[in-house]
Design a protein around this ligand. Structure first.
Ligand SMILES: NC(=O)c1ccc[n+]([C@@H]2O[C@H](COP(=O)([O-])OP(=O)(O)OC[C@H]3O[C@@H](n4cnc5c(N)ncnc54)[C@H](OP(=O)(O)O)[C@@H]3O)[C@@H](O)[C@H]2O)c1
Length: 245
């Protein structure tokens, strides 16, 4: 990872933040992209205190303009983009179909699908100019097996799986590997928002009887980005403590 330029969207917290910390510890120059500037600067300071290199980039993945300008800014600063992790995502409170607003589906798709699609598009455009790269999209087990009460979220993550595989096939001969990771319930701001009772309920449903630490998922993402995964593209790494067995 030494001196590789890496973009991590959604790096102000949770899985994205843990991934950014590990990438920086391995020598990558990491761009922390998200909306909350103060949180982003905190992550940058944390990484610098550990001897790593990072910079914050304010980016809203619900806006294609923000993504396009942000990726152009990275290339203006560093001259290239080698690695990208598309982790920015949202999840609304679980609800049955009859109580789900159309707006919930639109919001989930705007951020999780259209945003991720645009990120991949501009990332790949840059990687093509410098001879290759690697991308990991953060999906979910909800994108592998439909999950109760999450029609908007599940549908958005199934779409992430499809986008990943189509792009991977298209880019395989161009030295750009594109994979996804499908975490089960993981400690982050998303799960904090669900409350302790829900986390306990999830833990009981998981064969390992606990939810994941965000660092555990981040290690899987870093593996997929690394040379260790040099012959792996279009695959989904499920990390869920046995949830979908
Ligand atoms: N936690 C789980 O149980 C779990 C399980 C499976 C999959 N996932 C997936 O993992 C990914 C990361 O989530 P997390 O669990 O780490 O939750 P999290 O702690 O809430 O992190 C979500 C990140 O996404 C960013 N974000 C949200 N909307 C954005 C936007 N419009 N533009 C830019 N950044 C945006 C947030 O930053 P700002 O608010 O600063 O913009 C934050 O950094 C998501 O795609 C999620 O669906 C999570």
């Amino acid at each position: 990872m030494k001196n590789k330029v890496a973009l991590v969207t959604g790096a102000t917290s949770g899985i994205g933040k843990s991934t950014a910390v590990i990438l920086a510890s391995k020598g990558a120059k990491v761009v922390i992209a998200a909306r909350r500037e103060e949180k982003g600067q905190q992550v940058v300071e944390e990484i610098r205190a550990l001897g790593g290199e990072a910079v914050f980039l304010k980016m809203d993945v619900a806006s294609e303009e923000s993504i396009r300008d942000g990726i152009q800014w990275i290339v203006d600063q560093y001259g290239r983009l080698d690695l990208a992790v598309n982790s920015a995502g949202i999840s609304k409170t679980p609800a049955p179909l009859v109580d789900t607003d159309t707006k919930d589906l639109q919001d989930a798709f705007q951020t999780n699908v259209i945003g991720l699609f645009a990120c991949m598009k501009y990332e790949v455009q840059q990687m093509l100019k410098t001879g290759g790269g690697a991308i990991v999209n953060v999906s979910s087990i909800a994108g592998i097996r439909p999950t109760n009460l999450s029609n908007a979220y599940s549908a958005s993550k199934f779409a992430v799986e499809a986008l990943t595989k189509v792009a991977a096939k298209e880019m395989a001969s161009q030295n750009i590997r594109i994979n996804s990771i499908a975490p089960g319930p993981t400690k982050s701001e998303i799960t904090e928002g669900l409350g302790d009772t829900m986390i306990e309920k999830f833990s009981q449903m998981i064969p390992m009887k606990r939810i994941a630490e965000s660092e555990e998922i981040a290690k899987g993402i870093v593996f997929l980005l690394s040379e260790e995964a040099s012959f792996t593209t279009g695959t989904t790494l499920v990390m869920d403590g046995g949830f979908i067995i």
